[in-house]
Design a protein around this ligand. Structure first.
Ligand SMILES: *Cc1c(COP(=O)(O)O)cnc(C)c1O
Length: 395
C-alpha cells in the first residue's frame, strides 16, 4: 500500500534524472581543507563555504573541546526556557562588537535566522519587497509572513524604487525590503549603498542577508555593511556562522530594541533548541581570530583574483562574479553534470548546480575559492578545468 501511495515520488525522481537535475550527494571522509577524501578518493576541494579555512582550525577545535569538558555536549533546551548558556550571550556580545551594532541574537543557522526575523517583523497590511534571486531561506521566511509580497528585478534599484512608490501609494503600514548581500550562485554584490538610499527615502525597513559577505567583504571580513560604510543605516543584518566562520549557526544583528523583540517573538528562538556548547565556543574563537588578524581574508582575495583571471583568460564565462564565488556558466544541466563528473575523475571536486537552485538554462559549475588553497592547488584546478573544458568544447 505504502508503495502505491509513494509512486508519485518515483515519477518525480525519474523526471529529475532524465533532465540532468538529480543531485549526486557525495560523502566526505576527512577534515575540511583544500583537499578532501570524498567517496574514498583524494580530491581538490572547490565546493566548501569554508572561506577562511577555519573549519579545521586548531584554535576553534581547542575552544570546542574545552567547552565540551566544561558544559557537556547538548544545549538541553530552547533558549527561552533553559537553553541559554553564558557562551551564547558571550557570542552575541562579541558578534555585536565585531559587526559594530547594538545587539545580536544567535540562532541555530542562517536559514533559521531568516525564519526568525521576517514573520516576526511583518504582518497583514505590510508589504515585503524582495530581490528575485534572494536565498531560499529568505523566500521561505517571506512565505511564513502574512504580509503582501513584491519581487524586484535582480539588483535593479530603479525597479525597486517603482515598487516602493507603488507600495507607498497603497498605504501599506510597513515596508520591508530584503536583499542578499552577496548572491550565493553568481557571486555578485548587491548595490546596498543605492538600495539604502531608496529605502531611506521611502521610510522602508531594510534587511540584508550577509551569509556570503561575512568574513569576505569589509575590513577584516566585517561584511557588506562595512564594505559600503553603511553603519547604522541598515536596519537588520543576517549572518551565518556556517560559512566563513567555519562552524554552524546564524544570527540577526541590529538595534537593541529589534533584538529584544526577537527574544519575544521569533519562533526558531522560542521553539527550537540552541546551538551546542562546542559550536558556540568555536564561533567565539572564530570571532577572536578575525578580530586579531586578517591574513586569511587577504589570502582569500589574492586566491580569488588569481583564479578568476586565469579562468577568464582561458575563455570561461564566470558570469557576474565579484567575490570568491566563481561560477563557470555552462547553460544546460546535463553539460554541467558531465563537467563536474569529469573533474571529479581528474581529482577536482566541483559541484554542478542546476534548476531550481539557479534558473532553467543557467546551469553551472560553482567554484568556491578559499584561503586554504595554495597557488599550486589553484594551478591544478585551472589545468583540470582547461582539460575538461576543451574535451567538452566549452572553451
Ligand atoms: C547559506 C545561506 C544561508 C543559510 O545559512 P546556514 O547557516 O547554512 O543555514 C542563508 N542565506 C544565504 C544568503 C545563504 O547563502
Amino acid at each position: 500500500m505504502t508503495e502505491k501511495k509513494l509512486a508519485f515520488i518515483d515519477k518525480n525522481l525519474s523526471e529529475l534524472k532524465e533532465t540532468g537535475l538529480l543531485i549526486t550527494i557525495r560523502t566526505i571522509q576527512s577534515a575540511q581543507g583544500a583537499w578532501l577524501v570524498v567517496d574514498g578518493k583524494r580530491v581538490l576541494n572547490f565546493c566548501s563555504n569554508n572561506y577562511l579555512d577555519l573549519a579545521n582550525h586548531p584554535d576553534l577545535k581547542r575552544a570546542a573541546t574545552a567547552a565540551i569538558d566544561k558544559y557537556g555536549v547538548g544545549p538541553a533546551g530552547v533558549r527561552s526556557i533553559a537553553g541559554t548558556l553564558d557562551l551564547h550571550v558571550q557570542l552575541e556580545e562579541r558578534l555585536a562588537k565585531f559587526k559594530n551594532v547594538e545587539a545580536v541574537i544567535a540562532l541555530q543557522s542562517g536559514f533559521n535566522a531568516n525564519l526568525a526575523v521576517i514573520p516576526a517583523l511583518t504582518d497583514k497590511g505590510d508589504i515585503i519587497i524582495s530581490d528575485e534571486l534572494n536565498h531560499a531561506s529568505v523566500i521561505d521566511g517571506v512565505r511564513l509572513s502574512k504580509a503582501d509580497r513584491g519581487i524586484y528585478k535582480h539588483c535593479d534599484v530603479a525597479d525597486l524604487k517603482v515598487q516602493l512608490d507603488a507600495a507607498k501609494a497603497k498605504k501599506h503600514s510597513k515596508i520591508l525590503v530584503i536583499t542578499d548581500g552577496v548572491f550565493s550562485m553568481d557571486g555578485d554584490i548587491a548595490p546596498l549603498d543605492q538600495i539604502t538610499e531608496v529605502c531611506e527615502a521611502s521610510d522602508a525597513l531594510l534587511m540584508v542577508d550577509d551569509a556570503h559577505g561575512e568574513g569576505v567583504l569589509g575590513r577584516g571580513g566585517r561584511g557588506i555593511v562595512d564594505h559600503f560604510k553603511l553603519h547604522n543605516r541598515v536596519d537588520i543584518e543576517i549572518g551565518t556562522l556556517s560559512k566563513a566562520f567555519g562552524v554552524v549557526g546564524g544570527y540577526v544583528a541590529g538595534r537593541k530594541v529589534l533584538i529584544d523583540y526577537l527574544h519575544q517573538r521569533s519562533r526558531p528562538f522560542l521553539f527550537s533548541s540552541a546551538t551546542t556548547p562546542a559550536d558556540t565556543a568555536a564561533c567565539i574563537a572564530g570571532v577572536d581570530l578575525l578580530e586579531r588578524s586578517t591574513p586569511q581574508v587577504e589570502k582569500l582575495w589574492e586566491n580569488t583574483h588569481y583564479f578568476k583571471s586565469k579562468l577568464i583568460k582561458l575563455g570561461f564565462n564566470t558570469g557576474r562574479s565579484a567575490t570568491p564565488i566563481v561560477p563557470v556558466m555552462l547553460g544546460e544541466a546535463p553539460l554541467a553534470q558531465k563537467f563536474s563528473k569529469r573533474c571529479f575523475e581528474e581529482g577536482v571536486f566541483a559541484m554542478a548546480i542546476g534548476y531550481p537552485t539557479v534558473p532553467q538554462g543557467k546551469a553551472r559549475i560553482r567554484t568556491m575559492i578559499s584561503a586554504s588553497h595554495s597557488k599550486a592547488d589553484l594551478d591544478q584546478g585551472i589545468k583540470t578545468y582547461e582539460k575538461v573544458g576543451k574535451e567538452l568544447k566549452v572553451i
